[in-house]
Design a protein around this ligand. Sequence first.
Ligand code: AMP
Length: 389
Amino acid sequence: MLNVALFGPPGAGKGTQSEFLLKKYNLSYISTGDLLRKEMASKTKLGLEAQNIIAAGGLVSDEIIVQLIEKTITENTGSNGFLFDGFPRTYIQAYILEGLMLKLHTSLNCLISLAVSEEESMQRLMKRGMNSGRSDDNEEVIRNRLREYNQKTLPVLQFYRDKGIYVEVDGTAGIDEVHQRISEIIRNELSKSLFNVVLFGYPGSGRGSQGKALAGKFGLEYVATGPMLDKEIKQGTEIGKRIMALYENGQLVPDEIVVQLIERKLADSKGVKGYIFKGFPRTLVQSYILDGLLKKHGSSISTIIEIEVPTLELIRRLDERSKTAGCMPYDNSTSKIVKRLHEHETKTVPVIAKYKQLHGVSKIDGMGTFEEVFACISAVIEDGFKNMR
Ligand code: AMP
């Protein structure tokens, strides 16, 4: 998620800059000014309460603002992120924003302040007033708005300076120049966010070897639940002992154990660019778990890839593997192989179908050589990186 607040006195150019940011980054726009004008136009209770204050150039109460923002945020929880314009405008609202972001398991990436002098701001608003149709764009009200800004809004900057996420841009430069400067800041922020790949494919499709190699190439952490479970058994940990007992009784490893292992892996791998998930999510329940786990880290799935290989070829590959030293305990008999293919068919294929609807899934022909398949998947990941950055 990318969450940015545009800050500056009235007339600094927040609205103009918001327009291009929204198009470029597909964010949900929250302009408290626009929301208030909508409420006033529809003559709602909130709108009527705010009307006189806005007309006089004062600031609407934090109570009204919190209701407006909460409504908009909860209507857009699946969003790529939020762009705030005209909020937070008071020190209290800065705390409110902290709380709202926490509720979404995310945080504000940065507050970009468009610095414009009071005189410049005054001139711009007087000019805008000639055709904006806004009754609050006249000299007396503008003076009041600027006074409110100096008294109540400027202290907000210190809040973000203290947090270390305050960035200032010269708002008197040309529109294009300001636009470029903001884009640079956002690119920098995006380069810090995680890029997460989910790699699907039937057993024998090559997802394991491809996943490992892709993780190395792109600086991503490889998260494969199968080997993670194996490691616990080999190390004889508490979880390993529980898994062994389950294996011996022929039971599946419950989600609660898998979640613990993945949670630990995500917490331990600091400084990675993102993750490649293989063998997880395997069921619809696990797909919800993955969304939740990533959200906890302020992140989400970036790209989903499915390696396709015809069934006969899968059986040929798995049968061949069963005769090698690297054979997995779950691949050493035909009945186990058939069971695994069947499990994938009944439990995981519906997960892929869900993702197809929600995010889109890139299909890769898995019949080429390792290098050919690797090149195709790499191209999809590179594309994903480009779209994100
Ligand atoms: P704007 O369109 O952002 O210039 O906002 C127009 C007017 O709406 C302001 O002068 C305030 O009266 C009111 N307003 C907008 N956002 C807020 C906010 N976050 N807190 C209090 N009042 C606001």
